[in-house]
Design a binder for this molecule. Structure first.
Ligand code: GLU
Length: 315
């Protein structure tokens, strides 16, 4: 018997969801429902400075309004409770200690400005590669620095290629040392980093398929490294195109780009789903349709790989 597919929505409640978030959510949902799998809702509210409970409530309400339901997760419960990352800190601390016991972690005292100076060259995605300078500090230097600074904690990465095959984008590889660099697992304010939390949670929650925006493709080699070091089984990944504003910019929560507040005022759920499904290659025309009607015919082979400009939106 085929194992049951387990997919997830993993939104961050740092603003109202925009059309790009909905696009990823719809594809994740269709893929799970087509396969008769289980959908999990996990709220990624790790960063207390950016996330707010009212955004979490809103996003759950917005998903329901669109007809994108979930079987397990926040507001619903299930075997892997809690489903709010802010309530899972103990689990991340456990994962952190397991990596620490392998001798892989070190404190990094660099300030933000120093981190940028210690990072070269910039990757094609604009992220900086840390040069590992705090890896080699002497005990004396660490003791001296800790008198005035709280360190972040980084994991050492080997000079090795991490390769995988993305379900949509195909083969992808990065050298962990040259292209990623030692990366942060816990910030200097004690907040666990996204990379650690997402890997621990997907592994712990038995997620077998991750569908998310293409901007996270370049995080995947780092995450695969963590899966390996933590002895967890990685899911399959599908990195879906981003939606772009007419000027070529990615839609963003900060800009309130086509967010659910504006969209709900002007569209029915069926109109919105129809539009998203058309961009996702599942409909010939952007015509109103319920998400549930699309699920039986959902086909990954029809989903475009490259980003989509949404200038023509009839708003
Ligand atoms: N929480 C992340 C976001 O909202 C998504 C993380 C993931 O899908 O791995 O951008």
């Amino acid at each position: 018997m085929e194992p049951i597919l387990r997919g997830r929505f993993a939104p961050s409640p740092s603003g109202r969801m925009h059309l790009g978030n909905l696009f990823s959510a719809l594809l994740a949902w269709l893929s799970v429902r087509r396969a008769g799998g289980v959908m999990v809702l996990r709220v990624e509210d790790l960063d207390p400075g950016r996330c707010r409970p009212e955004y979490a409530r809103q996003l759950a309400d917005d998903l329901r309004w669109l007809g994108l339901d979930w079987d397990e997760g926040w507001q619903k419960g299930g075997p892997h409770s809690p489903y709010l990352q802010s309530q899972r800190t103990e689990a991340y601390a456990g994962a952190f200690r397991r990596l620490e016991a392998q001798g892989l972690l070190y404190p990094c005292y660099c300030t933000r400005a120093e981190r940028l100076a210690a990072s070269a060259p910039h990757r094609s995605d604009g992220q900086a590669v840390y040069d590992g300078r705090c890896r080699h500090l002497t005990e004396e230097a660490r003791a001296e620095l800790s008198r005035t600074r709280q360190p972040a904690w980084r994991i050492q990465v080997p000079d090795r290629t991490a390769a995988f095959s993305d379900g949509l984008q195909g083969p992808y590889a990065e050298n962990l040392l040259r292209d990623c660099g030692d990366f942060i697992l816990r910030r200097s304010d004690g907040v666990y980093a996204y990379q650690l939390a997402v890997v621990w949670d997907d592994g712990d929650m038995g997620v077998t398929q991750v569908v998310r925006g293409r901007d996270l493709l370049s995080s995947t080699p780092r995450q695969l490294y963590l899966y390996k070091r933590l002895g967890l089984t990685p899911p399959e990944f599908f990195h879906v195109p981003l939606l772009l504003a007419p000027d070529g910019r990615r839609l963003s929560k900060r800009e309130h780009d086509l967010d659910m507040g504006a969209l709900r005022a002007q569209f029915t759920p069926e109109q919105l789903i129809g539009l998203l499904a058309f961009w996702a290659g599942q409909l010939e025309q952007p015509e109103p349709v319920a998400a549930a009607e699309l699920a039986p015919c959902f086909d990954w082979a029809k989903v475009p790989k490259t980003d989509i400009t949404v200038g023509a939106l009839p708003l």
